[in-house]
Design a protein around this ligand. Structure first.
Ligand SMILES: C[S@@+](CC[C@H](N)C(=O)[O-])C[C@H]1O[C@@H](n2cnc3c(N)ncnc32)[C@H](O)[C@@H]1O
Length: 237
C-alpha cells in the first residue's frame, strides 16, 4: 500500500532528514520562513504540529513560548522530535488520515501542517479533524507542494485528478523513492472551504537570501516559478 511505502521512506531517511533540514535550503530558507510568517504570535498558544517530522518547527514554536503537541506517522521521527526538544512538548505516533480521537474538540489555538498533506490521498477527514480540534476562530497554517509545480514536475496529463506520483530523493542519504499524491488547485482549496474554514491568506513563497548563497541554481528557479504554496485558513464560527 502507498501509505506503507511513504512510512518506510521516512523511516529510512529520518536521521539524515533531521540533521539536514537545519540548513537544507528548501526547508530552512524557503518553507519554514514563509510558513512561520503566516502564524500569529505563538506565546502561550496551544499548537498542534500535525506530521511534525523530527520536531524542528516544534523547537522554534516552543522557543517562542507555545504549548506544543506534535504527531507523525513515523516512530523514528517522533523519537527525533522528542530528542530535539528534550522533554518539552508532547509527541506521539499517529496517522494524519485517521481520526484524531485522542485530541479533544476545541482544544488548540493553532494547527500547523507543514509539507505533509500531499501524503494523504483524500483530505476531507483530515481537514475536518483540524477543524474539530481548533478553538473558535482558530488558525490552520499549511504548506504544500504547489499544484502547478507538481503538475509539470510529474509530467501529469490528468490535471483534474488526484494521482499517486513518485520520485527518487537523493538529498537525504541513500536514494529513496518517495510516493505522494498530486492534485489540482481546487482540490487544495475546496477541502478547506467545504469543511468549515475560510482562506485568509495564500502565499506563493520566495526563497530567502541565505538560500541564494547555498544553492544559486534553485534560488533562480524558485524566483521564476514556485515549488510550494502556504495557506492560512481560519475556523468559521
Ligand atoms: C517533508 S516531512 C515534513 C516534516 C515537518 N512537518 C517539517 O516540515 O519539518 C513530511 C512528514 O510527514 C510525515 N507523514 C507522512 N505521511 C503521514 C501520515 N499519513 N500521517 C502523519 N505523518 C505523515 C512523514 O513521516 C514526515 O515526517
Amino acid at each position: 500500500m502507498i501509505k506503507e511505502k511513504i512510512l518506510a521512506a521516512y523511516e529510512e531517511m529520518a536521521e539524515k532528514y533531521s540533521e539536514l533540514i537545519e540548513h537544507k535550503p528548501h526547508n530552512a530558507y524557503y518553507d519554514r520562513p514563509n510558513t512561520l510568517d503566516l502564524l500569529p504570535g505563538v506565546e502561550g498558544k496551544s499548537i498542534l504540529d500535525a506530521a511534525c517530522g523530527p520536531g524542528k518547527y516544534a523547537e522554534i514554536l516552543l522557543a517562542g513560548g507555545a504549548e506544543l503537541t506534535g504527531f507523525d506517522i513515523s516512530q523514528k521521527m517522533i523519537e527525533l522530535a522528542q530528542h530535539r526538544n528534550k522533554n518539552k512538548g508532547s509527541f506521539f505516533v499517529h496517522d494524519l488520515s485517521m481520526p484524531f480521537n485522542m485530541l479533544m474538540d476545541d482544544s488548540f489555538d493553532i494547527v500547523l501542517c507543514a509539507l505533509a498533506l500531499h501524503y494523504v490521498e483524500d483530505w476531507t477527514m483530515t481537514i475536518s479533524e483540524f477543524h474539530r480540534v481548533l478553538k473558535r476562530d482558530g488558525i490552520l497554517v499549511i504548506s504544500i507542494e504547489h499544484p502547478f509545480f507538481e503538475y509539470s514536475f510529474f509530467k501529469s496529463e490528468k490535471y483534474f485528478e488526484v494521482e499517486n506520483v513518485k520520485c527518487t530523493w537523493n538529498g537525504f542519504g541513500n536514494p529513496v523513492e518517495v510516493n505522494s499524491f498530486r492534485r489540482p488547485l481546487q482540490e487544495c482549496l475546496l477541502p478547506l472551504t467545504n469543511n468549515g474554514f475560510y482562506i485568509d491568506k495564500l502565499v506563493e513563497p520566495r526563497p530567502t537570501k541565505e538560500f541564494e548563497h547555498l544553492d544559486p541554481k534553485h534560488f533562480r528557479e524558485l524566483n521564476a516559478f514556485p515549488a510550494f504554496m502556504c495557506i492560512r485558513a481560519v475556523k468559521r464560527a
